[in-house]
Design a protein around this ligand. Structure first.
Ligand code: ARG
Length: 462
């Protein structure tokens, strides 16, 4: 047990905290990641205190210089973090006092650690929104490059993971470009809403000093000060929004990862992952394992876990600040790191991916993938109602299946035995190329449509 009372808040305490009290209370082990944001916030605050005449300009200048020294010490890794000083805020201030003396004690005028930590964390999460956006743009570019090369590559499209209709590889890649675009807009949206400054809310009620909250908000790149001081220090919805966007993004990543796992198996062989993105087995020499894809597929576990974890921390907390809220950081840090790594790995894997067009094409020609084209032809040419066309096609599929052949391998007589109105022209729609080329509807898989979308995305992402 430490007998010295805390130098920051220990004025009324006779002894210091129990060692375990200190251990459960300290956040410096993880909130040192907020150092740069903490110092940026303090610099903005000190400049404002001088501009409003709350402190002397000479003290503000000493604080400014001292904070820059502290930052360089932290960046150089020479700063000695202390658990007794609990958190990043008090660690920085204590070092500032060692460096500049009494003036350091004026920095905390008109401020509390409650608005301080809210500012730091907002700045940190805001930067993560920007980082996620940039990483997602990089992933989109890699996907568009694959889409352009694969605009004509025919592959089976699946529903229920059963061959459904032929599509193009380019179209499939562009589906993910759209998903990641919506992820980007979710991060942008969250960023817009979180971009208000809590600074000046002080402990919870605001301050009696004539602070200029607009000045600190502007200095930190916030759009405006938060309107209510109680709200400013007590909500972490901005972090929850980041985690929600991250969870949805991780879900999208997991689907692409899963497809890469399936496509790279010996059974599918639709794509080959490069050596850089595969691992071997220590016992089975033939193995090329898609470990990165599997890990990306799994990352949603911890990212969504963080979202549920923080939501649970916040649920039912009375206003305003409670120490529970110190439990907000580690899971957000972990989720942001996991997302960044998953996005980087996925971008690398997609960039290095080699599709196997012949294999995909052969797979598209099995499983009666053009049955819908046959049914559509029966509607268009002899004019059958779609339901009857569906029924006739079903009978033809059963016939082909019984003979172990594909639909185009049936003779015209075979087809006429099921429905007399079928003519030679039907064979023109049965090949996979015809099928894909005919799907020209807006948003469809036809190569010309895919190329239009590729051009649109190249322009957006340029
Ligand atoms: N380390 C604290 C946190 O992360 C900073 C705020 C402390 N405020 C307080 N009133 N004890 O939440």
């Amino acid at each position: 047990m430490s007998t010295k009372s805390n130098t920051m808040w220990g004025g009324r305490f006779a002894t210091g905290p129990d060692a375990i009290m200190e251990a459960i209370n300290a956040s410096i082990g993880f909130d040192q990641r907020l150092a740069a944001q903490d110092i940026a916030g303090s610099r903005a605050h000190a400049a404002m205190l001088a501009a409003t005449g709350i402190i002397e300009p000479s003290d503000a200048e000493a604080i400014r210089e001292g904070l820059l020294t502290v930052l360089s010490e932290i960046e150089a890794g020479t700063f000695a973090f202390s658990t007794a000083l609990e958190d990043i805020h008090m660690n920085v201030e204590a070092r500032l006092k060692e460096l500049i003396g009494e003036a350091a004690g004026r920095l905390h005028t008109a401020r509390s650690r409650n608005d301080q930590v809210a500012v730091d964390f907002r700045l940190w999460v805001r930067a993560q929104c920007d980082a996620a956006d940039a990483a997602l743009a990089g992933l989109q570019r890699a996907l568009v490059t694959q889409a352009e090369a694969g605009a004509d590559m025919i592959m089976p499209g699946f529903t229920h993971l059963q061959v459904a209709q032929p599509v193009t590889f380019g179209h499939h890649m562009l589906a993910y470009v759209e998903m990641f675009a919506r992820d980007r807009s979710r991060f942008a949206d969250a960023r817009l809403r979180m971009n208000e400054s809590p600074l000046g809310a002080a402990a919870l009620a605001g301050t009696s000093f004539p602070v200029d909250r607009r000045m600190t908000a502007a200095a930190l790149g916030f759009d405006r000060p938060m309107a209510n001081s109680l709200d400013a220090v007590s909500d972490r919805d901005f972090a929850l929004e980041f985690l929600s966007a991250a969870t949805i993004c991780a879900m999208h990543l997991s689907r692409l990862a899963e497809e890469l796992v399936i496509w790279s198996t010996a059974q599918f062989r639709f794509v080959r992952l490069s050596d850089r993105w595969s691992t071997g087995s220590s016992i089975m020499p033939q193995k090329r394992n898609p470990d990165a894809a599997e890990l990306i597929r799994a990352k949603i576990g911890r990212i969504m876990g963080a979202q549920i974890g923080l939501m649970t921390v916040m649920k039912g907390l009375p206003l305003a600040y409670s120490k529970d809220m110190q439990e907000d950081k580690e899971q957000v840090f972990d989720a942001a790191d996991s997302l960044a790594l998953a996005l980087a790995a996925m971008t690398g894997m997609v960039s290095d991916l080699t599709p196997a067009p012949e294999v995909m094409r052969a797979a598209a020609a099995t499983g009666f993938a053009t049955a819908t084209d046959l049914a559509d032809w029966l509607v268009r040419e002899p004019g059958l109602p779609f339901r009857e066309a569906h029924h006739v096609t079903g009978a033809l599929v059963a016939m082909a299946e019984a003979r172990g052949c594909d639909l185009p391998d049936l003779t015209l007589d075979d087809m006429r035995s099921v429905h007399p109105s079928i003519s030679e022209g039907v064979f023109a729609v049965l090949g996979v190329d015809n099928s894909v080329a005919s799907r020209r509807s807006e948003g469809g898989t036809a190569p010309e449509r895919v190329r239009e979308q590729v051009a649109r995305w190249k322009e957006i992402l340029a």
